[in-house]
Design a protein around this ligand. Structure first.
Ligand code: MRU
Length: 340
């Protein structure tokens, strides 16, 4: 099994292709159980993305890439496969980036392998650049899960922390629990625990207290889609954390590969926000916590304005929001990433 902890580097793959199937670590079951989910056709892949067997923007993209290559191998109607997989989660830009890459490359297995490997390697670079922003001793706040489970191997927001920790820096990570799906408490804490990185899970509502009382030196989060002006969508609650960080003079970094940047839109106003089922808010596990008659609202993401971002950590380096034009020019010269 291809899952977990390769040698000392403790890298983990959340998605891979084996014997004609897309294999996923079933993230719905963690941390209680490490189970695998096998997708045999494009409907299975769409279900896995929609139901969050796999989640996190880059991992969704990689799953889509393997899913489309598998559909082609199966002889499926590719127009239908693209539509079923593309109709799963509207906010994560990586999904659409992966689909467009696979279309250009005739849905070949080789293209899916390349897509997966490229994104993985790029996240390692994000880790190396991000590490330069982390002091020798630091307390870091993060929201949701932007680790190996969300990317395959390195993660985005967690990649700099991994590299900093492995190089001997003294880190402590405040992990927002991330209601309603609890990606922080369940997934980020699990990854940090596996790596031996000191951390504490905090209720989402506690982040303000720790930031105001000087306990947090910097925040690093991932992103689901970044607009040309630097506004970005990430897990619901990110916006609040960015505002409080700004208010308290705490650097707030966004770590993401080029596949998350959507230069076809000007600002965050154009980012579609996924609304998920009410039950995610009204229940915890299988227990209903609100009165039977109560409704819920459940936006999965919010948009943080660029003015709250200290810098974007990318595989090309570190860019302030006003420098994104330079990033865009670099992406245009990058054969793998550029939009034709
Ligand atoms: O709903 P999810 O769990 O897919 O949301 C994930 C996030 O918001 C992550 O922060 C983002 O995708 C970046 S993952 C490297």
């Amino acid at each position: 099994m291809n899952v977990i902890f390769e040698g000392n580097t403790r890298k983990m793959r959340a998605v891979w292709y084996e014997n004609g199937q897309v294999i996923l670590v079933d993230q719905r079951k963690l941390p209680a159980r490490l189970e695998l989910f096998s997708a045999k056709n494009s409907n299975d892949v769409a279900f896995a993305i929609k139901d969050m067997v796999v989640r996190g923007a880059p991992a969704i993209g990689i799953t889509a890439a393997w899913g489309l290559a598998m559909a082609k191998q199966n002889g499926e109607d590719m127009e239908n496969a693209v539509s079923v997989i593309g109709g799963t989660r509207p906010t994560a830009y990586d999904l659409f980036k992966a689909i467009s890459y696979m279309k250009k490359n005739d849905f070949s297995l080789e293209a899916a392998r390349r897509y997966s490997q490229e994104i993985t390697n790029r996240c390692k670079k994000i880790g190396e650049f991000g590490d330069t922003l982390i002091p020798q001793k630091a307390s870091i706040l993060t929201h949701c899960n932007a680790g190996a489970l969300a990317v395959v191997e390195w993660g985005t927001a967690l990649a700099p922390m991994r590299i900093a920790h492995n190089s001997g820096k003294d880190l402590f990570v405040y992990v927002d629990e991330t209601r309603p799906r609890l990606q922080g408490a369940k997934l980020t804490a699990w990854e940090l625990q596996n790596e031996g990185i000191p951390h504490a899970v905090i209720a989402d509502n506690a982040a303000g207290l720790y930031m105001h009382s000087g306990k947090v030196d910097l925040a690093i989060v991932g992103a689901d889609r970044i607009a040309s002006n630097g506004d970005f969508a990430n897990k619901i609650g990110t916006y609040e954390k960015a505002v409080v960080a700004h208010e308290n003079g705490i650097p707030f970094y966004v770590a993401a590969p080029a596949s998350t940047f959507d230069f076809s839109i000007r600002s965050g106003e154009e980012i579609p926000i996924e609304e998920r089922d009410q039950s995610e808010v009204l229940t915890i596990g299988n227990t209903r916590i609100a009165p039977e008659e109560s409704e819920a609202r459940n936006p999965a993401f919010d948009v943080t304005p660029a003015k709250y971002v200290s810098a974007f950590i990318t595989e090309y380096g570190i860019f302030k929001p006003q420098e994104l034009k330079n990033l865009r020019a670099m992406i245009q010269k990058d054969i793998f990433m550029r939009e034709d």
